[in-house]
Design a protein around this ligand. Sequence first.
Ligand SMILES: [Mn+2]
Length: 307
Amino acid sequence: MKDIKVFGHLSPDTDATASAIVWSWFLTNHRNQPATAYVLGNPNNEALFVLNKWGFDVPPLLESISKEDLVTIVDTNNADELFANINDAEIVSIIDHHKLTGGLKTDSPREVVIQPYASTMTVMFNIMNLEPNELPKNIAGLMLSGILSDTLEFRSPTTTSDDEKLARELARALGININDYASAMFEAKSDISELSDAELIRMDSKVVEIKGESVRISVLETTNPQSVLDRRESLVQSIDEVCREDHVQHVFLFIVDILNQEAILLTHNDHVRDIAEQAFGVAIDGETVVLPGIVSRKKQIIPALSK
Ligand SMILES: [Mn+2]
């Protein structure tokens, strides 16, 4: 049987990286379908920490795709977050937890599962029909990590009771203290010293269409917002370059303070300031604005900017 290539979106985070490994494990061991996990870029520091913690190497980098390939796409269904020629490959499955974007095509009826959970792991767990204690420890550890990452340890309004219940069951089976483990993950994510400004801006970032404009919405989740704010001036310069290079009208850079559950938006020009004032109902005079309670791009930021 032909090997299936399993991968998540470009700029891989913990959920995208780990869910590709989890799904390739499931296909291989429970469906007798050979499968291999890949990444489409360098995983972020939190994902690297998680892989190391549970004893996995970084999956091989997949640099292109051809019509010979069988692929399973996880943690996205957005063609813009994949290879430009993704539809050349035979898409055999999509497992995701984002809104249906359109653009991906299959040549026959296929397994497409999108469910409204906070993490791809909860969707996969539903499909697997296994108990948490039936999972190998390293797979359970990846699944726990994906949920804690995407929910910001249950702080994000995307969190459902099913996500939280599953995470607590996995942690119990593993003998892991959720609070300690999540703190260590977030510390790893907050180490941005090795990243360039452009890398920071594009790391956890989505280009979306808002009111006829193409905008990049970047979210930097951190336990140390000051380390980002210290770089404000060079980040703002880099934002202008990213706008030109990526052909987007604006970049919104939200520094999400995980522990204080708020976002700090860089208000680097009048246009961004005007849009933010209207979207979040705040008066802004200054180079940043604090938005209490705002942590989720999917549930809060994009809806506010779109209204
Ligand atoms: Mn995800």
